[in-house]
Design a protein around this ligand. Structure first.
Ligand code: KG4
Length: 333
């Protein structure tokens, strides 16, 4: 079955055509990053307006690139939560109209479940159950993927998301927005033990995480140096910071994996593109003798194909939306 899928939860507008979940025929993405870079972060109103401007054109382009007729589309899937409410609403309303016009079912998809499903596209052999570390700009959580649609959150950040922490660190280092990649690039030439940075634990909740203390520590180092007129070594700070984030994520994930007894672990979301986290994960998975799945970079960030893939499994499980489907800024998995 062909699915037309829509993603607009943050600053990427994306429309894809997938077949039977895992086969991607077209995945068209329009990023607004350059527009938001002028303001140092995502401006919700600009995001919503930009989604409105491009979404119809992207849908036409996706159908034409896939080489199918609109009448062949069997369902419309849409990322309806969580995200910037005005931005999500654009995708939801477009998807509702498309489903109505095509006379096909509408399938609501949780954005984080979509990120996890990016792994199914990249790895045809991957099937649940497995543990997935979902790390994006707005969310950081450890998810027990019990089946394609039944998931349990094993732990999550108590404050900032890992991606948010990368973006704030980039801002204070003068690296612009979005900051994850520039911090990653800068960190490669640095010493990861040059700056002592905290690795937080949440008492009594071994799989929960906290990044606000780390973020504040980086800001304090930079501001203190500025006040004293001292130079900081930006590459060393980026490397020490990346190591601290990775240390907060990778060992915790492996501990949770041991408790669950699975032999498969995955990562998902924009921050899964990080080279330090990827390499620490590879070492940890090798040492534990488990199989690691991390999507290629293009499938880590927001895209429409991952929504189409998860949408297929949600469709099979009977999930349906109608004209009353709403968008939600937050939603449990
Ligand atoms: O998954 P995503 O595209 O959007 C959300 O659903 O939030 O994730 C975006 C986040 C941003 O915070 C961005 O800075 C971060 O992913 N990111 C990275 C890297 N590439 C993107 N963080 C660390 N290292 C990277 N290489």
């Amino acid at each position: 079955m062909y699915i037309l899928s829509v993603e607009s939860t943050c600053d990427e507008t994306a429309v894809a055509i997938t077949r039977d979940g895992r086969e991607v025929l077209a995945d068209v993405i329009s990023s607004q990053a350059d527009m938001h870079a002028l303001y140092g972060g995502v401006v919700p109103e600009i995001a919503s307006r930009s989604h409105v401007e491009v979404i119809s054109r992207l849908a036409d382009e996706a159908v034409s690139r896939a080489g199918i007729k609109k009448s062949e589309i069997g369902a419309v899937a849409v990322s309806y939560a969580p995200g910037l409410i005005g931005a999500v609403l654009v995708g939801v309303n477009f998807a509702k109209s498309a489903a109505l016009a095509l006379g096909v079912p509408l399938v609501p998809v949780h954005h984080i479940k979509g990120h996890i499903a990016a792994n199914y596209i990249a790895f045809p052999e991957l099937e649940p159950p497995f543990l997935c570390l979902a790390i994006s700009g707005g969310n950081t959580m450890l998810v027990d993927v019990r089946s394609y649609t039944d998931m349990r959150v094993m732990g999550a950040t108590r404050d900032d998301a890992a991606g948010e922490c990368f973006d704030k660190t980039a801002r204070v280092l003068g690296l612009g927005y979005p900051g994850g990649k520039p911090v990653d690039d800068l960190s490669r030439g640095g010493c990861d033990t040059a700056y002592k940075l905290p690795r937080a634990h949440v008492e009594g909740h071994p799989y929960d995480m906290s990044f606000s203390g780390l973020k504040t520590a980086v800001i304090n180092i930079v501001h203190t140096a500025e006040q004293k007129g001292e130079e900081i070594n930006r590459a060393d700070l980026a490397a020490s910071f990346s190591a601290a984030v990775s240390d907060s994520l990778v060992p915790r994930t492996m501990e949770c994996l041991r408790e669950l007894g699975y032999d498969k672990v995955a990562a998902a979301g924009g921050v899964a593109a990080n080279s330090r986290i990827r390499s620490d994960f590879e070492k940890a998975a090798k040492a534990a003798g488990v199989k690691l799945f991390v999507p290629p970079l293009r499938l880590c960030g927001d895209n429409g194909a991952m929504i189409g893939c998860q949408g297929y499994y949600e469709y099979l499980a009977g999930a349906r939306g109608d004209s009353s489907l709403n968008a939600y800024a937050t939603m449990e998995l």
